[in-house]
Design a protein. Structure first.
Length: 130
């Protein structure tokens, strides 16, 4: 049936990249380049404490899911701020403008899932510099 073999990785061995604005780092778990996934992108974000908001953006086609592992994140969803803590899950449908920050004193860790995978990140506005 399938032509791709299963792929096993871990948080420790996943490739990392800096988040926009040097606000933390992202661990790429599964995507086209990491495991060959064509339909889903899964990564873990470590958002630095006290980080300001990232750019408000939307995804034209991708559904987005945040699963908070630790810490606190605030997600501005169409102008309404939702505060998420460990074990909270937020689903963001395509086309919904959102941005994320960490108001807490500790690094926040959350799983982020995009489906379908691929570059689908459209900035509405950048946060203002203080």
């Amino acid at each position: 049936m399938g032509t791709m073999p299963p792929f096993l990785t871990s948080f420790e061995s996943a490739p990392r990249r800096a988040l926009r604005g040097d606000r933390g780092e992202s661990f790429r778990l599964v995507d086209e380049g990491q495991g060959g996934a064509r339909n889903v992108d899964v990564h873990v974000n470590h958002l630095a404490p006290g980080s300001g908001p990232g750019p408000r953006h939307y995804h034209r086609e991708a559904e987005n899911v945040y699963i908070v592992l630790s810490g606190v994140i605030e997600v501005d969803v169409e102008g309404a701020v939702a505060t998420l803590e460990a074990n909270d899950v937020l689903f963001i449908p395509p086309g919904v403008v959102h941005g994320t920050s960490n108001p807490g004193p500790d690094t926040a860790a959350f799983i982020e899932i995009y489906a379908p995978a691929g570059h689908d990140f459209h900035i509405v506005d950048e946060p203002e510099e203080n």
